[in-house]
Structures are given as structure tokens and as C-alpha cells.
Design a protein around this ligand. Sequence first.
Ligand code: 2P0
Length: 353
Amino acid sequence: AESQNWVLMVTAQTPTNIAVIKYWGKRDETLILPVNDSISVTLDPTHLCTTTTVAVSPRFHQDRMWLNGKEISLSGGRFQNCLREIRARACDVEDTKKGIKIAKEDWGKLHVHIASFNNFPTAAGLASSAAGFACLAYALGKLMNVKEDESQLSAIARQGSGSACRSLFGGFVKWIMGKEDNGSDSLAVQLADEKHWDDLVIIIAVVSSRQKETSSTSGMRESVETSLLLQHRAKEIVPKRILKMEEAIRNRDFASFSQLTCADSNQFHAVCLDTSPPIFYMNDTSHRIISITEKWNRSEEAPQVAYTFDAGPNAVLIARNRKAATLLIQRLLYYFPPSSDDLDSYIIGDKSI
Ligand code: 2P0
């Protein structure tokens, strides 16, 4: 480029995803390779999404990042791995209007500035880093004219945070654990797009907006080291469950979808309990929400709602349709009136991107 005053920018927005067959446990900590496949649903971008702007300019003298307006360190291995992998795939970029020309080999000398915002409280113990690293990989890929497709980008986002690889797609997504030691085949694929099953309504009951005590990263490490149930789950249970879940999604079979989702959430929390020392992510309110939904489902001809809990006490409830969602909210408001201290808030949204 002629002048040193140019700045080239790209902005991207990525929603978070909620696993219905859980990822819990790594076989490789550095590359972030899981011990089993997982399946998730990507939320619509109205709630729980990250917006990231990446910029490059010859005036930048180091890579820097701001999260919700506050500068954070990029020295962590996960950021460096993502940046290195994207840079290695950078191509020529030309913006004739601005008179900017960046040759492939120039990217190694240029620095990036990254500004990322979450539209939800970061400390809420919700949504973790999934949307963040997916958005970072996608935005950097666009900026550097990377030719890789979403699945190949997902394998890069995965090195930032495992669950992030599933946020590169909307709708229903499978993270294939892969067989290779170098992680090249551990990536996400879309099972069905956001229009395939758009009756579903997702309601998040925010039981506590405090940050969780045991991070997912250290929690799953302890589970891998100490839980025999995790070994059994990864080898014997999840492979069959993945096939059944794919079939349930294909057929929009809510009864099967709900049964598998609830069972897998409960087994994930059983693995946490089977860890030494045990990890408790759910609390009494979480347990009451399970009881209420189980009882309701059993009193109807067919299940109306599925529940799933991640590494925290918040309930993610998936209603079969709008009518079920309305009845669910009525029930939640009855059991947890706004005046009670049990729930902090509700987030109501659709599945889809
Ligand atoms: C999941 N979770 O499948 C599971 C269910 C939480 C419970 O993925 O170490 O933040 O960055 O790969 O992805 C949370 O773990 O962990 C998670 P790292 P991540 O959504």
C-alpha cells in the first residue's frame, strides 16, 4: 500500500450454541480434541451472541484485543493458536477503492486489533466462550481472505474453545471428534439448517448470573482423570445416542429428541458427580426445574419440553412449539414468581441463526 494510514476492518456476529449431546472431556488438551462427538443447536442472534470487529493497519505495532471495551491479554496459547492458524491460510487482499493491496506474504508482518462485544453479561456463566472464538475465527478469516469453508474454520475455532467449533453453523450441528492425532478431522458439520425444525422455542431460565466455580476446562480435565463413568459414556453410550439424535432431528421427532436431550444432560451431570472431588453445577432450583418439567411431560400424552444444563445452574428449556412455550412460561412464573429469589431472569428466543 502507498500510504501507511489505511485501516481495513471486518465485523462479524455469531450466536452461541447449546449442546443436546454434551462434549465433556478431551483426549488432547492443546489441540482440544474431544473424547466423543457432540450435537448442538445454534441460537438465534438476538440473544447470547458476540459481535467482533477485526482491523489491520501498518500503524498497529502488536496484536491487541478488547473484550466489552476492556483490553485483555492475547498471550494465552488458545488465542495464539487461532491467530497462527488463520494467518497461515491468509491470501492476497485488494481494496481498489481504498487503494489497499496486501500480498499473502505481508500478513506475517502486519498486526491486528480485535474488539469483541457480548450482548449478554460475560460473567453470567452463560454461553461460555463458544460464540467468541467462533466469531473471532470467522472475522479473521474474512479479513485475511482465507479460502477455507466453515467446517475447516470450525477446526480452527475449536483450538480456541471446543464448543466454539459448533457455532460456525446455524440450525443443528455435529462436532465430529475425528480420528487423527493432529486434529485435522475434528470439526463441525451442519446436520440441518435453521428452517428445518423452526417450531422449537428455546427459553433460558437464568437461575444464577454469578460466575461458575469450576471452569469447564478444569472440570472436564478432572473428569477425564477420575471418572470411570466418563470412559463408559464416551465409548458405549454417546456413539449410539448420536445416531438416535440425528434420526430424531431428521424426523422432527420431539418425543425422542426430548428423551435423548434430558438423558444426556443428566448423564453429563452424573459424570460431574462421579468426578473426584465431585463437581456440582446444578443447584436446588435446577433440580426443581427438572422435576417440574418431568412431571408436566408425564402428565401429557407426549413430552412438551426438553431441559438441558451446562456447566452451571441455568436451565435451557426447549419447548416443542409456541403453545408449549407459553404454557411453560406460565408454569415457571407460578413456581418461581418474580418476587422470589430463585430465578434471576428469563431469556426467550428461537433456535436458528
Ligand atoms: C458442551 N460444555 O458441549 C459442553 C456441555 C459445557 C457442558 O463445551 O476447554 O468452554 O474451552 O474446550 O468448550 C464447555 O466447554 O471448554 C462445554 P474448552 P468449553 O457445550
